[in-house]
Design a binder for this molecule. Sequence first.
Ligand SMILES: *Cc1c(COP(=O)(O)O)cnc(C)c1O
Length: 368
Amino acid sequence: MNKFYPISQPTITELEIKYVNDAITSGWVSSLGYYIEEFEKEFAKFCGVKYAVLTNNGTTGLHLALEAIGIKKDDEVIIPDLTFIATANAVAYIGAKPVMVDIDPENLCINPSKIEAAITEKTKAIIPVHLYGHPANMDEINTIAKKYNLFVIEDAAEAHGAKYKNKVVGGLSDCGVFSFYGNKIITTGEGGALTTNNFDLYEKAKYLRDHAMSKTKRYWHTEVGYNYRMTNLQAALGLAQLKRINDIITNRINVFNWYKKYLITNENIRLNQISTWAESVHWLVCLEIDSFDFEIRESFMKALKNKGVDSRPYFYPVSSMPMYDKYNENQITYKKSIIGLNLPTYYDLTENDVNEICKIINVELKNL
Ligand SMILES: *Cc1c(COP(=O)(O)O)cnc(C)c1O
């Protein structure tokens, strides 16, 4: 029987076990404790920002960011049409409207040249997503945001450590939001973080995360806040992961390069492109096959799975979901969404593993 290669798996070493053990033994099992403070401090440093606010997941981190910058009901927020649904849902939680913009065919992130046409009187913010580990084109996005006086929140849930023009994501705009879900670059089980250089935004996010409790009068609240806190146990796991993150990212880049080496590609069967100004952390390796339609892709993925290689389709366009507005003119998003799939990408894959995976995929590609 062949080995089974999942699409993703976390990397847990003795260090993670040691820190989590230490946290649970200390008795600080809830949202106060050494690991919370340390992980917050070290993650901010890693992202090159002054402040980080840990949250219980990435979705609540996005919601907190939108609340903290003051997005209100009926405001409009621009997001890419190709992303995980959480980006849109966080906007909807506020009662604001996500406005979906088409993507750049090269890097799959929001296409800056399509943003201006989507701006209205009601537009208040842009959320670029660093999709599949590749940074969005931040300079162009920030220039538009400045011109129209909009906030920018980076959805960096899939891109810890990715670089835009040599600068780490999460500190390239008003704020960044990360996820530490089990399949992300580093994990805390469930978890998230908001990163910023803006002290007022940091204070507001911390305050809203803790039920908007008055700083001077305990258990006094003048507005509706949330409990979006991370636990010390999760932060212990996160701190151990963060100590290893450079090694984790290096191996993800190796994995991508091994796919490039062993997969038989041509102009119609491509691995993801990397923009000249970008350093991707390859959350998931992307394979695009121009001849795919929905059914052919399904049977292709099934054939791979039968041979021990897991894969998953690209996200569906947000604008194709029943609860959001339709923007069928987002042609690149709709095309890419059907022809793309993600391949196993995780720390523990060796060159030999990727070679074996590629042998299986190459056979199926020939059968197309
Ligand atoms: C994972 C993810 C999120 C949400 O993070 P959770 O921790 O799962 O809530 C948000 N945006 C994107 C692009 C993601 O991939």
